[in-house]
Design a protein around this ligand. Structure first.
Ligand code: F6P
Length: 499
């Protein structure tokens, strides 16, 4: 019975972090794990041997090994949609036919990049990448993290249906030099298709003779893209079994591979493959994604934490919290188990965050003294991303480490306003260098951690029916019968559009 395991986990005496450090001189060595250019410090969490052992029993009971094997061998783990979740096949682990197919599609992507680089399709220097959710967050985050600033192509990623997102790009870009990349797994997403039509209209207005000749489509539904008007030679397909929020490894990564170079994309895949290997092989008590998920579940279910905060102490990684919000909340924000029963545990914590040191002067007050206990994750890079005085990067890293230390240690004061309770957990993830390999490994770590959390919750992390109702309502509201919605919504519609 999994409930017995949860009871056992909840019954473990709650020892403070300070006491754990006092009692175990090896804590940093045993909870500091290194792999693929990344160092993970779990020592400032409440994980200890007894907690890890209890979670191992729970994971065993829930079939974590068999479920991992099923995921990594391409079995249909996404049971509500009756299909596999094959993002790992994109980096070489999975059902051999899927791995071969992914490699062939990558090859096709590489060839198209060579053709574009050679100027065969036109003299392009600017790329507009349109997509939303998983079709935008990954490429945008990767580009911000890895661009050096001297690239041949300028890339703009636009997602929102709000014209204020697209218009400034159109004002800045030259239509004749712009390649339009439409990224949509389904090729039916309203925001993306409206933005795409507006870019085509702009190209026509600017005198481009054949706007569709400047379009590349990235999709799992090529027929839909052809029907929309894209020439099939300029469609880069990917497998239906690659979920949107797991898709940056597929042809959804095309714009980044074009803008930064295909070798960068290959390094990204190699870094992810190194983490896949670790996830597959390492025993659970030394398995980085598994330990991270144990800590997540400990804080959510045992300590009642409803959120987790992620702070990137590096401007280049500033979009990682946004990316993780979709990955974790769209995957694990569920309320039924794999057996269709109501989920009695709390599902995904709310993931939020920002950039250090900015956030220290804005939201850290609550983290240090608020009544919510918020597990914090710090992301930092040892090699600086700037060439200014080392004082900048040193100050950045020292501030990062100081926050974790202060959250944990606290400080007693007789003045209650100036008292810090401490015992507030954090994980620090240090990248030796920010390059495609280490970033690939980091993102694969997050994917596997999300998966292990789903196994511990006994839910399906690979569907997202929750977003459908809002889409249906938007369509209904746009149609004539939209006036038959609730009185409040009708009133809002009247105010905005008239009767
Ligand atoms: O609305 C949610 C969602 O389906 C995400 O899961 C997905 O990443 C995004 O929309 C975009 O979908 P598509 O790639 O099909 O345009």
């Amino acid at each position: 019975m999994t409930s017995d395991h949860w009871q056992a986990i909840k019954a473990i005496p709650k020892v403070s972090l300070n006491q754990m450090f006092e009692e175990d001189g090896d804590r940093v060595a045993s909870l500091g794990l290194e792999h693929a250019g990344l160092y993970f410090d779990f020592s400032k969490t409440h994980l200890d041997e007894s907690v890890v052992r209890a979670f191992q029993k729970l994971a065993d009971d829930l079939g974590l090994s068999a479920k991992t094997e099923a995921l990594l061998s391409g079995e249909p783990v996404n049971i509500s949609e009756g299909r596999a979740a094959e993002h790992c096949a994109e980096r070489g682990t999975g059902n051999p036919a899927s791995v071969e197919n992914a490699a062939a599609l990558h090859q096709r992507m590489k060839s198209l990049i060579e053709v574009i680089d050679a100027g065969v399709l036109g003299e392009f220097t600017q790329i507009i990448h349109l997509g939303i959710g998983g079709s935008a967050l990954g490429p945008k985050m990767l580009h911000q993290a890895l661009k050096l600033g001297d690239e041949k192509y300028e890339l703009a990623v636009v997602s929102n249906i709000d014209g204020a997102a697209l218009e400034p790009v159109l004002e800045r870009f030259d239509a004749n030099k712009t390649l339009l990349v439409i990224a949509s797994k389904t090729f039916t997403t309203a925001e993306t298709l409206l933005n795409a039509q507006s870019v085509l209209d702009w190209m026509s207005e600017q005198g481009v003779a054949d706007p569709l000749g400047q379009v590349i489509a990235l999709t799992a539904d090529p027929d839909q893209a052809v029907e929309w008007g894209v020439d099939e030679t300029r469609i880069l397909p990917f497998s239906e079994t690659v979920g949107g929020r797991y898709s940056l490894w597929s042809s959804i990564g095309f714009s980044v591979a074009l803008a930064l170079g295909y070798d960068v994309f290959e390094d990204l895949l190699a870094g992810a493959a190194a983490m896949d290997q670790h996830f597959q092989d390492a025993p659970w008590n030394q398995n980085i994604p598994v330990l991270a998920a144990f800590a997540d579940q400990y804080y959510t279910q045992v300590r009642g934490c409803e959120t987790r905060a992620v702070f990137a102490y590096d401007e280049r990684l500033g979009l990682v919290p946004d990316y993780l919000q979709q990955l974790e909340m769209e995957s694990n924000g569920k309320s039924v188990t794999l057996d269709g029963e109501p989920l009695v545990l709390h599902s995904s914590p709310i993931v939020w965050g920002g950039i250090g040191t900015d956030a220290q002067h804005a939201v850290f007050q609550l983290l240090h003294q608020g009544t919510h206990l918020v597990p914090v994750e710090f992301l930092a890079v040892i090699e600086p991303g700037d060439s200014l005085s080392p004082a900048h990067h040193n100050g950045l890293l020292l501030n990062c480490f100081a926050q974790g230390a202060a959250l944990m240690a606290g400080k007693k004061s007789d003045d209650s306003d100036r008292n810090y309770t401490g015992d507030r957990p954090s994980v620090t993830i240090l990248l030796e260098e920010l390059e495609a390999r280490s970033l690939g490994a980091l993102l694969a770590f997050y994917e596997h951690r999300t998966f292990v959390n789903a196994v511990l919750l006994n839910i399906n992390p690979f569907d997202q029916f929750g977003v459908e109702l809002g889409k249906q309502m938007a369509n209904k509201l746009a149609a004539e019968d939209g006036n038959q919605l609730d009185a409040s919504t009708e009133q809002l519609k009247k105010r905005a559009f008239g009767a």
